[in-house]
Every structure is written in structure tokens, then in C-alpha cells.
Write a protein that binds this ligand. Structure first.
Ligand SMILES: Cc1cc2nc3c(=O)[nH]c(=O)nc-3n(C[C@H](O)[C@H](O)[C@H](O)COP(=O)(O)OP(=O)(O)OC[C@H]3O[C@@H](n4cnc5c(N)ncnc54)[C@H](O)[C@@H]3O)c2cc1C
Length: 465
């Protein structure tokens, strides 16, 4: 029987007791819960291959899982209890740091923060950065093509990966761990597995790009009277600071209010409230003085051009950390406030102001009193466009309108040639919604790829396609 066979594979751990498996069966938000035959934790790529082969023989569905911080239910099994959850947590070795090639080769279960630290220890920067970096793993980051706060300068997870090692649904190992910037030898197999959310194979290791460490980082929080000037500010910052501009994060007044309401040690650094805020970071390769000069000049130009109403420039690492905290606490503050209807969308940067203004107006017309909690990575055109119930409407009543709100927002996204999932992926949350918005040709191509690589449909079935 399958479980006995899995127990005999090398040093793999096989968990079946409900108390042991429970943390693997519910997602981070507590929105999805499933069941599984067992949770299996292999320690080597060979063990992963043996587990996948055994599951293929028994036609048992496999749900790969990293840090379980995903936000679309991709790492949670369904309710049938047939699945094997394959946790990559124990596959967590740094295999090689090559400072001259500018690469770090790590196993899939390495926690993102540990990879950043390993690169830093070798005098290099691994720039992928997101609020869940203390738990999220590289395998999960690549499988969701994670974004975060540095995409503007360094790209998302896909752009940071040079090579992969993958266990295919057949149990074969594809070793594509090449650290090459140039390799035109046919179809790009690597890119198939990135963003596939575990539906095409199990990523077991990756060769990732690293960059020179910046010598200085400076941060400022800008206050704006509307969304549109943020686009002018972005263009100004890009032309004034060039590649030193590493973060351009945006949040509305409502977001800041939520953070200060739910975290009593947090306060706005401005004397009065403003409509919108931009948190901007420069990473400089000269020195502190040069970075501070650049930021000061940028703030002055932005004031002169009336793009911003006010600015606070951090004078120390502690002040910079405090400004970042206001941005990082938004997700937590909105969950303390109550549930809301979330959208992780992108539109062309030039359309962002029009998208927000028009969609806010549409929603207010349909559901008078709705509260918009809008924030995100404006420099990437990516908004977390979240909708909270009017103050006088009970959450359950409001949630009955969720399908209509999704439709309103996603129709708008489509009208602006955007994407209904910018960085969190599709998982089970948006699977049907994705099929509604992607063209028939795109969906057929995706399904054909899935059938070719995974003819038995054992790799994370029910997710993405
Ligand atoms: C507070 C918070 C903030 C966040 N901020 C961001 C953000 O700024 N940007 C962003 O992009 N995301 C963000 N996320 C979402 C999440 O952290 C990312 O999606 C992350 O990349 C998931 O990594 P993980 O290891 O937790 O993957 P999991 O949640 O375990 O899995 C995610 C998906 O990948 C698959 N998978 C996992 N490991 C493998 C593997 N080795 N091989 C094949 N498939 C695999 C799973 O089956 C699942 O479909 C945030 C989440 C939280 C909780």
C-alpha cells in the first residue's frame, strides 16, 4: 500500500496523525481547508523522485507545499482525503554560492530570508523581498512567480531564476540547474515550471541571480492629494534616480488609518491626513551622502512640480524601518478590521489612476458606502484593490455580493488590458475566474501543456487549469 511504500523511502518523514498534519491542511488565511492521506517530508531530490513515482503508480494526487504562505489556496489539498501533501521544507540546503558568476544555488525548501542572508554573507544581494519572507520558500516563490517590493528594479521570481532542478510527474528528474545568462538551445523549459503552482512538476532546486550589494539605502514617504500625481512622481523618480530606484509603493489614506487604528504604536509622520501616499526607496552604489542628495533633490523637484503635498525623508535606518512598517502592516491591519473582498490585479502603469477612479466610482454606485483599501506595488502596475463592507452593513450580507464585486473589478481590469492575478497566482481561488477571462486559445494551450507533462493529472489537480 502507498503509505507503507512512502515510509520506506530513504529518510522521508510520513505524517498521518491529525495533530501533525493539521498545519499543512489549511492555508495561511484560513480560507481553505482540505484532507490528505499523509504529509510527506523528503530530504533529498532522489526521495522526492521516489515519492512522485510511488504516487504515480497509485494514482494519488500530489500537492506540493513550501512555506504555506500562498494566498490562493494552491498548497491546500481538496476535501477528498486522497492527496499526499509533499512538503519541501526539509530540502533546505544552500548548494553553492558563486559570487563571480553572480549566482546562488539553493534547494526548494530554503526559506527566502535564509537565501537573502546566505547571499549577503558572500557580499551579494538576493533581491526578492516580500512580507512573508520569514516563512515562504524559494520553491513556493518560483512556483507562484512571486513579486514583492523590489520588482521595479530586479524583476519578479521568474527574472531572478537562471536554472531549475525539477521532478516531473513521471518521477524523472530534469536537471536544468544551469547558471547561464545565455542559452538558446530550444524551448525554455525552465519558464514552464515557474508560475505553474506545482501543476507541472516539483521544483527541487534553483540557480538564482545575485547582485552587488548597494552601499546605501534611503527611504522617503511622500503625501499626495490624488492618485494621478503618483504617476508623475514615478516618472520623475525614474529619470532622476535611474536604476537606484528600488521601491515605489503606494497606499491610500484608508490604509494608513487602518494601520494607526489597529497598531497603537504606529502613527502618521504627517501633521494632517492626505489622500494618498508613496513610499520610495533608493539603493545607491556610491555612498550615503550621494543617496541622501539624490533623494533630497527628487523631493524638491516633486514639490516644485506640485506632484506631492508633503514629504518625510528618513534620517536613519531606524526611521526608514518605521516608514516601511506603515506599509508592511497594512495586510495585518485590514484583517484586524474584518474580512474584505480582495483583488490582486495589474494594469498598465499609465492607466492606474483612471482604473482606480473609475472602478471606485462604479463600486460606490453599485454598493453605496463601500470602503476601498487600495495599496500595492505601483511601480509594477500592481494593486491590492480590496473592498470592505460599508460601516452600517454586516459582513455576511456584504459577502453575498462577492461574485458581483469580483465581476465588476475584473471586468474593469480586462477593459484596461490588465491581469486578474498580478503576483499571487490562481490556485483554487481564481481557477474558474481565470478561465472566464483568458481567451479560449490561451486556456487550450495551457491545458495541452498540462496533459502532455502530467497525463495522469496527479500534480496538484484542481489548481490553475
Ligand atoms: C503577509 C503576506 C505577504 C505576502 N506578500 C506577497 C508579495 O508581496 N508578493 C507576492 O508575490 N506574494 C506575497 N505573498 C504570497 C506568498 O508569500 C507567495 O505566494 C510565496 O511565493 C509563496 O511561497 P510558499 O513557500 O509559502 O508557497 P506555498 O504557499 O507553500 O505554495 C504556493 C504554491 O506553490 C506550489 N509549490 C510550493 N512549493 C513548490 C515546489 N517546490 N515545487 C512545485 N510547486 C510548489 C504549491 O503547490 C502552491 O500552489 C504574501 C503572503 C503573505 C502571507
Amino acid at each position: 500500500m502507498l503509505l507503507q511504500r512512502l515510509r520506506n523511502i530513504g529518510a522521508s518523514q510520513v505524517l498521518t496523525a491529525p495533530a501533525d498534519t493539521a498545519p499543512y491542511l489549511t492555508d495561511w488565511r484560513g480560507r481553505f481547508t482540505g484532507r490528505a492521506q499523509a504529509v510527506v517530508l523528503p530530504a533529498t531530490t532522489g526521495e522526492v523522485a521516489a515519492i512522485v513515482s510511488a504516487c504515480a503508480e497509485h494514482r494519488a494526487p500530489i500537492v506540493p507545499q513550501g512555506g504555506n504562505t500562498g494566498l490562493v489556496g494552491g498548497a491546500t489539498p481538496d476535501a477528498s482525503g486522497d492527496a499526499i501533501v509533499l512538503s519541501l521544507k526539509r530540502l533546505n540546503r544552500v548548494r553553492e554560492v558563486d559570487a563571480i558568476n553572480g549566482t546562488i544555488t539553493v534547494e526548494a525548501g530554503c526559506v527566502l530570508y535564509d537565501v537573502q542572508q546566505a547571499a549577503h554573507g558572500a557580499g551579494r544581494l538576493f533581491p526578492l523581498s516580500l512580507a512573508a519572507e520569514g516563512s515562504a520558500t524559494i520553491g513556493g516563490n518560483l512556483s507562484t512567480n512571486a513579486g514583492g517590493t523590489q520588482v521595479l528594479r530586479y524583476g519578479n521570481a521568474r527574472e531572478l531564476a537562471l536554472g531549475l532542478e525539477v521532478v516531473l510527474p513521471s518521477g524523472e528528474i530534469w536537471c536544468g540547474l544551469r547558471g547561464l545568462r545565455k542559452d538558446n538551445t530550444g524551448y525554455d523549459l525552465r519558464d514552464l515550471f515557474i508560475g505553474a503552482e506545482g501543476t507541472l512538476g516539483v521544483i527541487t532546486a534553483a540557480c538564482l541571480k545575485t547582485f552587488p550589494l548597494p552601499r546605501a539605502q534611503v527611504t522617503a514617504l511622500f503625501a499626495l492629494d490624488a492618485v494621478a500625481p503618483a504617476l508623475g512622481l514615478l516618472a520623475l523618480a525614474q529619470s532622476a534616480a535611474g536604476p537606484t530606484l528600488t521601491a515605489f509603493e503606494f497606499f491610500s489614506a484608508t490604509c494608513l488609518q487602518l494601520v494607526t487604528r489597529h497598531f497603537l504604536d504606529q502613527r502618521s509622520p504627517f501633521e494632517r491626513a492626505h489622500a494618498q501616499y508613496v513610499l520610495l526607496q533608493l539603493s545607491d552604489h556610491e555612498d550615503e551622502q550621494h543617496a541622501a542628495g539624490l533623494l533630497q533633490a527628487l523631493a524638491e523637484q516633486a514639490l516644485d512640480k506640485r506632484l506631492i503635498a508633503d514629504a518625510v525623508i528618513a534620517q536613519s535606518a531606524a526611521q526608514s524601518h518605521a516608514l516601511w512598517k506603515l506599509r508592511e502592516l497594512i495586510s495585518e491591519a485590514q484583517s484586524r478590521e474584518g474580512k474584505n473582498i480582495k483583488h490582486d490585479i495589474s494594469v498598465p502603469i499609465s492607466s492606474i489612476a483612471r482604473f482606480i477612479d473609475e472602478t471606485d466610482a462604479l463600486l460606490s454606485q453599485l454598493f453605496p458606502g463601500v470602503r476601498m483599501v487600495t495599496f500595492g506595488h505601483l511601480g509594477d502596475g500592481n494593486l491590492h484593490y480590496n473592498v470592505s463592507a460599508p460601516l452600517d452593513v454586516a459582513e455576511e450580507r456584504f459577502f453575498a455580493h462577492q461574485p458581483a464585486i469580483y465581476e465588476c473589478v475584473h471586468d474593469q481590469v480586462t477593459r484596461f488590458s490588465g491581469s486578474i492575478s498580478a503576483e499571487h497566482g490562481i490556485g483554487q481561488l481564481k481557477r474558474d475566474e481565470n478561465a472566464r477571462y483568458k481567451s479560449v486559445v490561451e486556456m487550450n494551450l495551457m491545458r495541452a501543456i498540462k496533459r502532455t507533462l502530467d497525463p495522469l493529472n496527479i500534480m496538484n489537480p484542481g489548481k490553475v487549469v
